[in-house]
Design a protein around this ligand. Structure first.
Ligand code: SF4
Ligand code: SF4
Length: 168
């Protein structure tokens, strides 16, 4: 936990797009429409933006939730101030990797095992409500494709070096 006396108040300068954070109204619209806000743990993008503003560097380095973003851009569409939370989320991922080259977000294991990170129950219900099969066209539906996908991920050095996290 970062003590406020040790906060890096220039942290926003290290993040691409961080200069617009000061105009955020903290209205929360970006969270209310974010599908990853239902993930476990939830991605609370507004809270992350506040943490950047407060310079809570150590806490943000430990945060896994930026990796739950599915890059849908919904938060950008609803933001009344054009803060572009989605861009900050991606900038946070890059910043974390720049500061810790061994970092493996927990969501990477979920992607390896099933190809997605979000809870899909609601999507399955929505699909059925419009007459589609509840079954999602995800990569786990095709074991051959999943094996190819996993082999491709294992080509990445940091994943291969930590393969114990993915086999199980
Ligand atoms: S929607 Fe925009 S203004 Fe509102 S909290 Fe999110 S980033 Fe800030
Ligand atoms: S782009 Fe990411 S942060 Fe924005 S609404 Fe979509 S999942 Fe949430």
């Amino acid at each position: 936990m970062t003590a406020l006396s040790e906060a890096n108040l220039d942290l926003w300068r290290d993040l691409e797009g961080g200069d617009v954070l000061r105009i955020c109204l903290t209205c929360g619209s970006c969270v209310s429409d974010c599908p990853a806000s239902e993930a476990d743990p939830p991605l609370l993008i507004r809270t992350l933006l506040r943490m950047v503003e407060l310079g809570l560097e150590d806490n943000l380095l430990e945060e896994d939730t930026p990796w739950s973003c599915v890059t849908c851009s919904r938060c950008e569409e609803v933001c009344p101030m054009d803060v572009r939370p989605f861009e900050i989320c991606l900038a946070l991922r890059r910043w974390q990797c720049r500061n810790d080259s061994t970092r493996i977000p927990l969501s990477t294991t979920e992607i390896y095992q099933r190809g997605y990170t979000q809870p899909v129950d609601r999507v399955e219900e929505l699909r059925r409500s419009v007459g589609l099969s509840g079954k999602l066209p995800v990569i786990t539906a095709d074991p051959e494709l999943l094996a190819k996908f996993q082999a491709m991920l294992m080509e990445i050095d940091v994943i291969r070096d930590h393969d114990f996290m993915f086999k199980g």
